[in-house]
Design a protein around this ligand. Sequence first.
Ligand SMILES: Cc1cc2nc3c(=O)[nH]c(=O)nc-3n(C[C@H](O)[C@H](O)[C@H](O)COP(=O)(O)OP(=O)(O)OC[C@H]3O[C@@H](n4cnc5c(N)ncnc54)[C@H](O)[C@@H]3O)c2cc1C
Length: 472
Amino acid sequence: MTEPAEGFTGMRRAVVIGGGLAGMLAAAAVVPFADEVTIVERDVLPQGPEPRRGLPQAKHAHVLWSGGAKAIERLVPGVTDRWIEAGAQKIPLMSGMVAHTPHGWYRRWKKPTPHYLIACSRDLLDWHVRDLVLQEPRIRLLDGAEAVALVGDARRVTGASVLAQGVLERELAADLVIDASGCGSRSLRWLSSLGISGIHERTVDSGLAYASRIYQAPTRSDNFPVVNVQAAPRDSQPEQAAVLIPIENGRWLVSLSGTRGGEPTADDKDFVPFALQLSHPLVGMLIARATPLTDVSTSRSTANGRRYFEQAQSWPEGLVILGDAVATYNPAYGQGMSVAAFGAHLLSSELKQVGLREPGLARRVQHAVARPTEEGVGGRRRPRRLLPGHSRAGAFRRQPAHQSFPRPSDQDRRRLRPRRNGADPGDDHGGQCHAAVVARRAPRRRMRAAEAAFAGPSAYTAGTGAAELCPR
Ligand SMILES: Cc1cc2nc3c(=O)[nH]c(=O)nc-3n(C[C@H](O)[C@H](O)[C@H](O)COP(=O)(O)OP(=O)(O)OC[C@H]3O[C@@H](n4cnc5c(N)ncnc54)[C@H](O)[C@@H]3O)c2cc1C
């Protein structure tokens, strides 16, 4: 069945491809400016915090930094309370974290910062967003349906072609199509068939593998910290790490990770021994006597991938691409959900200024989205500095795969340790700056202020611009 696409004189319509986090947030962003928003989702979405095929990464540890959480709250008011009522925890940075770094234990700051992370299962996180977003009557969910093409031409996208129940194809007309279909997005191919090609794509694969398992915590885990044993990056040695996140219903979600040659296996028997032989055995010791509730799940979807849509020579009206469809991140950065939220928020800000049908809207949004995306992947400068195995062909052979906090170099990591005459990470000023960057509440450049503070008073005053970046 093919429904003719309607013109643009009637109802204002938006179609969102993908009903994951980015898709739900995009729908929330666009609905105040549209008469009807249709979310097209390949999965039949569960009616609760349940796993689903299209979100396999939900089996692995997910942290949502407070910067991302606040962006989501602005789009979906009330969602933070819903998460907390359902058993999620707001864990303060860094007092609520126990982290073993290559340079020893990370200081647990006494002074609280306003920054935190949300700890819960990904299924719970997504469910409460989805449930609230879908309460809006103008948002319609078409699940069990797959978008198979964009409709339109190189000047304007006018809708999406959708396959429902695998057979019925129809066109959904829209003033704005938002592709939020994740890392498997077919937008490059779809755009090419409309005559827009040459969009640059880059992948940086550290070869990181994840293995995760859920445990029943042996004691009540309210206020239990996030426990993190970081990798010690060494030349030609695989890196290995572990993180334990306390999640709802008194459970621990434990993710192990390792690079090529040091990957955790899918074998249940290997899980605890892997955690015990890390640079510190703490995670292994904690889970050795806890009861596993699931088998081990593995993932290798850990590459940084970036599609530079904003650099396209021309861009059609009516198409915006958000979330993992623009960029995926090494999970050790914990960035994907926050960047998806920032993207939806930027869409909302642009719509507030010009409305749904303003010429140039799509291109402006795509440009705006590039900013938080670049911060998420570490900016343009970062790969050269971080990746000594950078080959001439442009592929990166070796990359420090584990980086739980955004610390630009080994030298900077040492600075985060206490210094005799300088500040330490518990220092109010340096600590606040560092936490703000980690939590995605401040741009990465503010890290310079923290570094300067940690390096001591002379460096602090040596023209770093720290005072302006992070006033006391
Ligand atoms: C192991 C691992 C750990 C991670 N840990 C973290 C973390 O700690 N913190 C963090 O912030 N991020 C983390 N991430 C990243 C995070 O999971 C993603 O950034 C986030 O899910 C992106 O959301 P999205 O909505 O853009 O894409 P997705 O979650 O992939 O959603 C895309 C949706 O589109 C649907 N879809 C796809 N194609 C079509 C189509 N043609 N038609 C209709 N529907 C379609 C899919 O079924 C899916 O529901 C991690 C990722 C991995 C792999």
